[in-house]
Design a protein. Structure first.
Length: 397
């Protein structure tokens, strides 16, 4: 029985709140807090159990601390934006509360993201206070990290190659809309691609490498593009036998054409423009006029498929496996009022929090998900709504 404070009432926060509410024996009291309290109230009104709501600007640790002092949570699930990670971690440290998030810290004024800020500042202080900081526990990053740890534990003596593939084969019928926060999403995909090879990260121009990927279970074949994604940062560090690691994401031609046009005319810049009474960056403005991903739920049909193809050796023989999840947009919507991209990101931090609370993942310090025992997570993630399958592939293909 524990009290959980969820921060952020977007698509992911909606799913996390619904999921926590489904496990009253673990999360006996729930508070949902965000910048715009009306969004918290709307989510709370859809759930039968009482959910406390509050307004907080999580850019300010003292505001989060005040909220923690009032509600006295055992754990905080941060599903606001990556810009708030450091402030919320600081508040949790000051108040002695465990912390979970789903994406690496990103300074608002820099187009880069890394776990290093959070690890360097908080690993030791959290350890000394007996607190757990579980970083990047969404789907990707998150479940993809656990898939690697599980494969290394049970399927390989040594892992050599990792390909993470993220396909959203769903359709919302709009010409251009991002499936999660547009600003964070566009910042991420307009960065140069980086993949791990030969002991270093190799850099290639954004979205310049493309291949076709055939999804399992007849979901279809889609173009996927090489990108940098934060789980690569810690996975190659924690599993140094990995010689090559890549991350691929599906984009439609129409999406990319629109994105390139926006880039060409400067609409993806994060440099503030002086408009007289206000200063606003083009990307911030774009975020305000694009469809709100939290509203895409009712119109998104189809499925997502995210998984890891991993190659290595077992008992002296080459082995290749694929572990994946398929999630249905409409099923996710029926259960939580959100589409599958929010669902796949919002369910894992709830299980992560449950494992920290029940002791299975209660290792003081700050860690990414692959640094914990993958078994309890893999045993329960299906029941939480994200079942997985593992298939053996031909290692020579
Ligand atoms: P949304 O933009 O839909 O929601 C973000 C929420 O955070 C909004 O309710 C917003 O409030 C709130 N917020 C923003 N700034 C503050 C602040 N300073 N203080 C308090 N609340 C704030 O994003 P998503 O729900 O799509 O994504 C949430 C997080 O999940 C992001 O960090 C994203 O990177 C991560 N994510 C992770 C994935 C994974 O698989 N690992 C996949 C998808 C997302 P307001 O409504 O007022 O703007």
């Amino acid at each position: 029985m524990a009290r959980v404070l969820i921060i952020g009432a977007g698509g992911v926060g909606r799913v996390a709140t619904h999921k926590c509410a489904q496990y009253p024996e673990i999360f006996s009291e729930i508070m949902l807090a965000s910048r715009t309290v009306s969004k918290c109230e709307k989510i709370a009104s859809e759930i039968e159990r009482p959910i406390r709501t509050a307004q907080v600007d999580a850019d300010y640790p003292e505001q989060v601390q005040a909220l923690i002092k009032d509600f006295k949570p055992d754990i905080v699930i941060n599903v606001a934006l990556p810009y708030q990670n450091m402030a919320i971690m600081e508040a949790c440290l000051q108040e002695g509360v465990h912390y979970v998030d789903t994406a690496a810290y990103e300074p608002k004024d820099e187009k880069s993201f890394s776990y290093d800020w959070q690890l360097k500042a908080y690993k030791e202080p959290y350890r000394r206070q007996g607190l757990v900081g579980l970083l990047g526990c969404g789907f990707d990053p998150g479940v993809t990290n656990v898939y690697v740890a599980y494969a290394v534990k049970h399927y390989f003596d040594e892992i050599h190659e990792l390909e993470i593939v993220d396909v959203n084969a769903g359709d919302h019928g709009l010409p251009f809309a991002t499936n999660f926060n547009p600003e964070v999403n566009i910042r991420e995909i307009t960065l140069p691609a980086r993949h791990w090879e030969g002991g270093e990260f190799k850099v290639t121009p954004p979205l310049s490498e493309k291949r076709d990927f055939e999804c399992p279970e007849g979901l279809g074949t889609y173009p996927v593009y090489l990108m940098y994604h934060e789980e690569l940062e810690t996975l190659v560090r924690n599993f140094p036998t990995i010689k090559k690691a890549t991350f691929w994401m599906k984009f439609s031609d129409e999406y990319l054409q629109t994105l390139r046009t926006l880039q060409k005319i400067g609409m993806t810049s994060i440099e503030p423009v002086d408009l007289g009474p206000v200063k606003i960056s083009p990307l911030d403005f774009l975020r305000k006029i694009l469809p709100d991903p939290a509203e895409l739920g009712p119109r998104t049909k189809g499925k997502t498929c995210i998984g890891n193809i991993m190659t290595g050796v077992k008992d002296g023989k080459k082995r290749k496996i694929f572990i994946y999840n398929i999630c249905d947009h409409q099923e996710a919507y029926k259960e939580t009022g959100a589409q599958a991209v929010s669902y796949t990101a919002g369910v894992p931090p709830v299980l992560g929090a449950a494992l920290v609370l029940d002791g299975a993942w209660k290792k003081p310090g700050v860690y990414t998900p692959e640094e914990f025992d993958p078994d309890p997570f893999m045993e329960r993630i299906g029941e939480y709504g994200l079942p997985w399958k593992l298939v053996e592939l031909d290692p020579e293909a």
